[in-house]
Design a protein around this ligand. Sequence first.
Ligand SMILES: C[S@@+](CC[C@H](N)C(=O)[O-])C[C@H]1O[C@@H](n2cnc3c(N)ncnc32)[C@H](O)[C@@H]1O
Length: 208
Amino acid sequence: MKKSVILDNRLMAIVRLIRPDVVVCDVGTDHALLPCYLKQMGQKRVFASDKNLNPLAAARETIQEYDIGGIELVLSDGMDNIPFFDNMDIVIAGMGGEMITEILSRYSPHKNQRFILQPMTRHYHLRSALCSFGYEIISETAVNDNRKSYTIIYAKFTGIKSEASDVFRYIGKQTDRQYISFELLKLEKMANTDKSLLITIDKIREKI
Ligand SMILES: C[S@@+](CC[C@H](N)C(=O)[O-])C[C@H]1O[C@@H](n2cnc3c(N)ncnc32)[C@H](O)[C@@H]1O
């Protein structure tokens, strides 16, 4: 009997946002656990890409371990070598917000595509960039563990460019109390050296 792929809470939260009837690309797949899970669940077409050879070798091992067919493994910097599909869900997870921004800055999106973005750091940089590149953040999901809180940003391209307010940069569309409290703690530390953040902190406090 084939082994079932088990995902952690973070990757499961990403999976819940993926539309069942579209092509998926997992950019920076590393071990390819997410593509393997999606294939086991019956997703038709799944690309797993990485810009480095070692992660792609790890991806191949996972695919063999779970005996999964049909995942398209591609050596690619960002979306550079991935074929274009109008209806595609693009996952970029587990990287810094600046790296995700850099990948998106080189990509020409289609309005039917959806972007599932999970920055490990500098989420505020990514939100600002999404607004200035003409993406709309549709929703955000929080993933909490004991020590940290991450956001998963669900976005689409509209072409309407905007400037993110300071509050939006730091908490975006999050409504999760643990996430907002966690961000407040970080901002309070930053405000020791940058007093201009105090106004933003007050506005964010009103939200919890
Ligand atoms: C920490 S792993 C994240 C793995 C997985 N996405 C997750 O969320 O668990 C980051 C991966 O992104 C890859 N990566 C970094 N920059 C990239 C780029 N510009 N294009 C494609 N892959 C990239 C790295 O090689 C690495 O395998």
